[in-house]
Design a protein around this ligand. Structure first.
Ligand code: GAL
Ligand code: MG
Length: 998
């Protein structure tokens, strides 16, 4: 028998149990804190199930319950990853026509079935739990209809006792791809379906606890806690409290629905010190274990205080996402993410944009993370649906769906489900009512309800926009505890938010530093500002991982990760799902390294370097520096270590301390840097003793270098014709192309230094964050400039040959973009001093870069440089790198972004040398410069859609640049900050090229 609840917002759940907090009972003889698989009351139904797929609900035959199955599918999984239907990646638009509460007739269906065994015991009942089914499902036990439920990322529980027989039983689950709930699940994700989380049965006595809520009231003044457990039960309950190690503290019984404990001098829970007490609730027939964190959350003077301290959220947004299993995430997957986050100084997570499986929050409790727990609500598609023809980035339609009367109940339902499931989790600091759905009466009502049920946490909701003409919700100041925005520029926060009259609330960036592709470049700016104001309590980077679907290996051995469009979706959002800090397989991007060092626990500032005075700022909120960390320093002169030492540092949390280090006083030399490196003293769950937590590098003296060419060798020959200036010395001959204004040939010791004529280079393969400006780069064809040489002359002096020239670079239709005044000196040693004054025409975009490009033989693969390394670095993205001498193989210098783009450059360089074992070319400059050495051309990087399609150029391509623009995070964030734009109208490109032997 088929039912039709899935287009009815009044029928969200049929025959499900009342909402309750998550717990798994054990029988009284077992340890209730063991993993749930160890409970004798827990039967996991994961595994291979029978499966049948229909492309439309209409095709499901009346007698579907008895139709034979031919296929099997793993549970949990997404059926799109098992050969049925196709994955679809969509961000801000609805994947179905906007017609709430209706969904298309072509509504794919998966029917799941299996046999399982239970032995029924008198006095006990069986509860079937689904932790997540996308998008809705009808449940049948032994071919009898049991019920219906929806909300993809939430638990649905059914009492199935009366449908069961002792021994073998069958379960059939009909899952639909779309339902009315789809209108509230327009999250930026792969739209995939199925039973996506664990399915299990728990066996419970008829006399039992149905739910309980733990409230810890921590009196920070008296330093004591009143721990109150409200229990709904139809049987007596004994409550025992233990400390973390399992020592019994007190015991009481539940009286009139309450058990109350007092803990004097409690150990508090925080992300830094996640101390958990253990509470055991025992009835005659079962035991429930609950871990309890004592912590106090409050708002005071516009700050979020945890245990009395204004904390900072060093956060990240995390989706459930796996390249192979899609939306199904194992506990091991979660742990992998969380340990990586710990290693990278992340202390806060927003579960964007739906609640994670219950075990995720338990792991956050244990490891220590502050969590914004977000309800499974997003109606982003409302914007496009309400504008249809006139959407120019206007957001005014966002509350279209949230304003519909019939969606008030579903909105409430989703929020209520979340809070009643998770209200005992200490890691949850904020309840978030969802994402990008606008503000309406429905949200106002839900917010008031949250406060009435749980006054111990804060209510968060970023989407404060209302729909014009709708019934106005009350002022959100009454309902929302923090002001939360996404992607606001530091400038806006400082000038608009902090100065806004009447606004007293704390501020959170629930999304910032969009990490798509090469990026983000703007982290440090935000943190300088956050540390300056207690009201700014931090931010959550968007986002943790790239969501690529693993399509197997390409011939070159690389994994093929699919993004939007790779499954021929009728509608998709391209590579917007490839916007994380880790690759789909969890290898960190350089962006994650950047996050790590911007989120570093200790910051060092120079106060008076000549006297060895430095300020150490402990950015931890609760941990004294020496509890965890020790410091060593190394001083380098021109990249060579000249001094090392260790420091005994004691700096209380959230405190700055001036420290004089006599060994660092009075140091003289050129290009002197000190690097303070902080390492962990002890082993932790996520790292070994000695693990590096962060560093700061500070310049003691910058280099003032004067490059003096070697003039000792004077044998020089000059030959000139209309096209070429030919110069030779004892060990080299160079041909200078008068029509290009650059060398066409350079041979040293009979080895060709360049395989193609040198080029002026004003282009980079656009990064995702260059999305806005790149159109202008292409408009002026910075990628293929046309040269005009007005004059090019050579003359020989005693020591050198001088070429002077005047040229321009441009493109059809416009005035030339660059005007060049060249001065090139060639010395008997083969050295070339290259100088060009460059003038940039008006009305041009800021530039990606300007420099020279050399195509060298691919044998030139050994790269040595003195600059910011060893990972890629840019003017605004170099916090994870430091200035040093690094050696690398060119093949290792590519940061292989899934969608190819500019990568692997090095900022702040004094020299780079590239060699092949016989010959080498050294390039240096009196001003710090940027370089890039790659096997791939920028044209190839710009052209190809996926990294596995990239073909090597066959050359070692060396780009040396006067400058490159910064990286920023414009793919969703603010425009690149002015200071990081390369927009000088006049500059000097100047390099000394020295050929030699490597
Ligand atoms: C935000 C949204 C995220 C994500 C991001 C772009 O507006 O909340 O879910 O779509 O933009 O990557
Ligand atoms: Mg969205």
């Amino acid at each position: 028998m088929k039912y039709f609840f899935h287009e009815d917002t009044d029928k969200l759940h049929v025959n499900t149990e009342p909402n309750r907090n998550y717990f798994i009972p054990f029988s009284n003889t077992l340890d209730p804190f063991a993993d749930r698989e160890n409970s004798d009351r827990f039967l996991l139904l994961n595994g291979n199930w029978n499966f049948r797929y229909y492309s439309s609900f209409l095709d499901v035959e009346e007698e579907f319950l008895t139709t034979e199955y031919k296929d099997m599918i793993p549970v949990p999984s997404n059926w799109q990853l098992h050969g049925y239907d196709n994955p679809m990646y969509l961000n801000i638009r609805y994947p179905i026509p906007y017609n709430p509460p209706y969904v298309p007739d072509e509504n794919p269906v998966g029917i799941y079935n299996r046999i399982f065994s239970v032995s029924l015991t008198e006095g006990y009942e069986q509860f079937l739990n689904f932790e997540g089914v996308d998008s809705c499902f009808y449940l049948y036990i032994n071919d009898t209809f049991v019920g219906y439920s929806q909300v993809s990322h939430m638990t649905s529980e059914f009492n199935i006792t009366k449908y069961l027989t002792d021994g073998e039983n069958s379960i059939t689950v009909m899952v639909l791809k779309w339902c009315d709930g789809t209108y509230l699940e327009c999250q930026d994700k792969w739209r995939m379906s199925g039973i996506i989380r664990d399915v299990y049965i728990i066996t419970r006595p008829r006399k039992r606890i149905s739910s309980y809520q733990v409230i810890t009231a921590y009196d920070t003044v008296k330093n004591r806690v009143n721990l109150e457990v409200t229990v709904k039960t139809n049987t007596p309950v004994k409550a025992v409290l233990y400390d973390r190690e399992g020592r019994e503290l007190t015991e009481t019984s539940v009286n009139e629905g309450k058990a109350v404990f007092e803990i004097a001098s409690p150990r508090c829970w925080s992300a830094e010190k996640p101390y958990l007490y253990k509470l055991v609730l025992k009835t005659q027939e079962e035991t429930i274990g609950e871990k309890i964190g004592v912590r106090d959350i409050r708002l005071e003077q516009g700050c979020v205080l945890i245990n009395g301290t204004a904390v900072k959220f060093k956060g990240v947004n995390r989706h459930d996402s796996n390249p192979v299993t899609g939306a199904y995430i194992t506990k091991e997957n979660m742990l992998e993410d969380l340990l990586l986050m710990k290693q990278h100084n992340i202390n806060a997570i927003r579960t964007s944009h739906y609640p994670n499986a219950p075990v995720f929050l338990q792991l956050c409790d244990e490891l220590g993370f502050y969590v914004i727990d977000e309800a499974d609500i997003e109606a982003h598609g409302s914007v496009e649906a309400s504008h249809t023809t006139d959407n120019n980035g206007d957001y005014s339609g966002i509350a279209l769906l949230a304003n519909r009367k019939e969606f008030e109940k579903p909105i409430f339902d989703r929020i209520d489900l979340m809070i009643s499931r998770d209200w005992n989790r200490p890691s949850v600091i904020f309840w978030s009512m969802g994402n990008e759905s606008g503000y309406s009466k429905a949200f106002e009502k839900a917010a008031r309800y949250i406060k009435s049920v749980d006054s111990t946490r804060l209510v968060h909701y970023q989407s404060m926009h209302e729909l014009e003409g709708s019934e106005k919700a009350a002022d959100n100041e009454e309902t929302l505890d923090v002001v939360s925005t996404m992607y606001s520029a530091p400038d806006w926060i400082e000038k608009e938010f902090l100065t806004k009259a009447g606004e007293k609330r704390p501020f959170i960036l629930c999304e910032y530093c969009h990490s798509m592709g090469n990026g983000p470049g703007d982290l440090e700016e935000y943190w300088k500002l956050f540390y300056a104001h207690d009201r700014l309590c931090g931010g959550f980077v968007w986002e943790w991982c790239d969501h690529g679907v693993d399509m197997g290996k390409a011939d070159n051995g690389k994994t093929k990760y699919a993004y939007g469009g790779d499954h021929n979706e009728p509608l998709h959002d391209g590579n917007f799902c490839i916007d994380g800090l880790v690759y789909p397989d969890r290898r960190p991007h350089t962006g994650l390294m950047e996050v790590k060092n911007v989120y570093r626990p200790i910051r060092v500032n120079p106060i008076f370097t000549q006297k060895g005075v430095y300020e150490f700022f402990n950015t931890n909120d609760f941990t004294e520096l020496s509890e965890n960390l020790t410091c060593r320093y190394e001083v380098t002169e021109k990249g060579k270590v000249i001094l090392i030492g260790t420091l005994e540092l004691h700096v209380p949390a959230k405190t700055k301390k001036l420290i004089t280090i006599p060994e660092l006083a009075g140091l003289t030399g050129e290009s002197l840097y000190v690097r303070f490196i902080f390492t962990q003293i002890k082993d932790t769950v996520w790292s070994k003793a000695g693990f590096e937590a962060g560093f700061d590098q500070i310049a003691i003296s910058e280099s003032k270098r004067k490059l003096i060419p070697d003039k000792s060798e004077n044998a020089l020959d000059l030959n000139e014709d209309d096209r070429w200036i030919k110069i030779s010395g004892n060990r080299f001959h160079y041909c200078f192309d008068k029509r290009r204004g650059l060398f066409g040939e350079m041979v040293y010791d009979n080895i060709k230094l360049i395989e193609k004529p040198m080029e002026f280079n004003a282009f980079r393969a656009p990064t995702d964050n260059d999305c806005a400006v790149k159109n202008d780069w292409y408009k002026f064809h910075l990628n293929e400039l046309i040269t005009k040489v007005y004059a090019m002359d050579a003359r020989k002096t005693e020591n050198y040959i001088e070429i002077t020239g005047h040229a321009a670079l441009g493109w059809y239709a416009y005035h030339n973009t660059f005007e060049l005044f060249l001065h090139i000196y060639v010395y008997g040693s083969g050295q070339v001093k290259f100088e060009s004054q460059v003038k940039v025409a008006d009305k041009r975009p800021y530039l990606p870069r300007f420099g020279l490009r050399l195509f060298m033989d691919s044998s030139f693969s050994k790269v040595e440089y003195y600059g910011y390394g060893n990972m890629e670095s840019y003017v605004d993205k170099h916090r994870a790198s430091y200035k040093g001498i690094f050696m690398d193989h060119i093949s290792e210098m590519q940061e292989d972004y899934i969608k190819p783009q500019e990568n692997g450059s090095h900022y702040g360089c004094e020299y780079v040398k590239i060699g092949n074992g016989k010959a080498a070319l050294r390039v240096e400059s009196e001003a710090d410069f940027s370089f890039n050495a790659s096997e791939y051309s920028q044209e190839e990087l710009a052209l190809k859609a996926h990294n596995y399609e990239l073909e090597k150029s066959g050359f070692s391509i060396l780009c040396v640049d006067y400058k490159q623009s910064g990286i920023g995070s414009t793919s969703c964030g603010p425009q690149l900050a002015e200071v990081y734009r390369f927009q000088e109208k006049e500059f000097n490109l100047s390099f000394l090229f020295s050929p030699g032997n490597s």
